[in-house]
Write a protein that binds this ligand. Structure first.
Ligand SMILES: Nc1nc2c(ncn2[C@@H]2O[C@H](COP(=O)(O)OP(=O)(O)OP(=O)(O)O)[C@@H](O)[C@H]2O)c(=O)[nH]1
Ligand SMILES: [Mg+2]
Length: 300
């Protein structure tokens, strides 16, 4: 399993037949996305959630996506160490993945890693991603349920969140509720929610937790269970599933088309020449792209 994920991460073409087989075999896992700002307690909470699911008998996989540092080029990859209480449990699989420059908060291989884990029989897959409250919300399109972690320390920052960030939350978790201010932030979120239209008749609950002690984890599990049955009863899950695979298909296609243009149509030398012409203002970038597109027979 680990080798398969590494091969996928490295873009090994031999993975494609394997992924095809695994995908068609795989039983669906429940994918829980956990996102929130740096240090909000995501790993600590995921560790507690995983332990709770283990007690219910489910095997749990955790994918912790670490932003690749633009400075060192390496990821922090510290969560395996941080989630030590789970490290001796064979029913738990933990893996860190680096974003490697992919925008949106996921690692390039996250979706396919989920396929591998589903095929390996993990019933629950938790994906931890860092969201700084802006655009790192891609996890929501992959996950069945998205938990957005906030903390009392955030205060006014919540109001500065872009609308799209609040909308990804199926459940709001106010972690570090042992600190003062959790009621205030809960009220602010409730006020924001009252202004927005509920997605598929689901009003996201606001759950207070203290991940370090496990306080509130049982409430959170119940909220996840409630969402689960709501999403199954309503058409929410079906609609999300369609949208997820539609986006995934377009994303892969976009990437392939782009790579194939770079590979077959444009050499580095030609790109450099186009750049020269743009710098010299003999043409503009739009016109260059139009010219390149005209050169592609299948686009005509
Ligand atoms: N007081 C308090 N501390 C907490 C709580 N949850 C987590 N912490 C502490 O907050 C720090 C950060 O926790 P992590 O679980 O690593 O947070 P994270 O969101 O995964 O952090 P990154 O992955 O680095 O973004 C750790 O020192 C935790 O022990 C909580 O509910 N209360
Ligand atoms: Mg973490």
């Amino acid at each position: 399993m680990a080798r398969a994920i590494s091969a996928i991460e490295n873009g090994d073409p031999e993975c494609l037949p394997l992924l095809n087989k695994l995908f068609t075999l795989a039983r669906r896992a429940t994918v829980i996305g956990v996102t929130g700002p740096p240090g909000a307690g995501k790993s600590t909470l995921v560790e507690k959630l995983a332990a709770a699911y283990r007690r219910k008998g489910s095997r749990v996989a955790i994918l912790a996506v670490d932003p690749t540092s633009p400075f060192s080029g390496g990821a922090i990859l510290g969560d395996r160490i941080r989630m030590q209480s789970l490290s001796t449990d064979e029913g738990v699989y933990i893996r860190s993945m680096a974003t490697r420059g992919r925008l949106g908060g996921l690692a390039p291989a996250t979706e396919d890693a989920v396929t591998v884990l589903e095929a390996a029989g993990y019933g629950t897959v938790a994906i931890e991603t860092v969201g700084v409250g802006q655009d790192e919300v891609e996890v929501a399109s992959l996950a069945d349920i998205t938990l957005l972690l906030l903390t009392p320390a955030m205060g006014d920052e919540v109001q500065a969140f872009k609308a799209g960030v609040m909308e990804i939350a199926d459940i709001f978790v106010i972690n570090k509720s042992d600190y003062a201010g959790s009621d205030r932030i809960a009220q602010e979120i409730a006020a924001m929610l009252s202004l927005s239209t509920a997605q598929g008749n689901w009003r996201p609950p606001i759950i207070k937790t203290v991940a370090t002690t496990g306080q509130g984890i049982e409430d959170l599990l119940q909220a996840v269970g409630k969402f689960h049955s709501h999403a199954e009863r309503s058409s929410l899950w079906k609609a999300r599933e369609r949208e997820k695979w539609r986006l995934r298909l377009l994303q892969l296609l976009r990437q392939k088309l782009f790579e194939s243009v770079l590979h077959h149509v444009l050499s580095d030398q030609e790109i450099a020449e186009h750049v020269d012409r743009i710098i010299e203002r003999r043409t503009d970038p739009h016109t260059v792209v139009e010219e390149i597109m005209k050169g592609l027979r299948w686009c005509a």
